[in-house]
Design a protein around this ligand. Structure first.
Ligand code: SF4
Length: 114
């Protein structure tokens, strides 16, 4: 980088302050405006993972993980990836990029909470 290409210190500091102001302005956006849409079971990833909003509707021939007594106790609300209280109607799930899933739901990535 030659001398002419260097950003003068004053301009650099001014740019940095403007960028910082932009970040502060973005952080003031109400959380509701950036809230993510609930996962729709008809979406391709949801279909591939066998996600349903009512765990009793799981096709256990296709997803035998939820078959039997042990499987019958698997719900999103008791999955390790459910980022919410057990009694929350919906909560973010990392499998779906932290979009909300239904607590009474289930998918094939279910993992017991430790
Ligand atoms: S990973 Fe867990 S919380 Fe997420 S959709 Fe599947 S069962 Fe529900």
């Amino acid at each position: 980088m030659n001398k002419a290409q260097k950003l003068p210190r004053r301009q650099f500091l001014k740019f940095g302050m403007q960028a910082g102001g932009g970040v502060l302005a973005l952080s003031a956006i109400p959380i509701q405006l950036v809230a993510q849409e609930k996962v729709d079971p008809s979406e391709p990833l949801a279909q591939a993972m066998g996600y349903v909003e009512d765990a009793s509707q799981v096709d256990t021939t296709k997803f035998p993980k939820r078959a039997g007594d042990a499987g019958a106790n698997q719900f999103c609300h008791n999955c390790a990836l459910y980022a919410g209280e057990a009694d929350a109607e919906t909560a973010p799930c990392s499998i779906f990029q932290n979009r909300p899933v239904v607590g009474a739901g289930w998918c094939n990535a279910w993992v017991a909470k430790s």
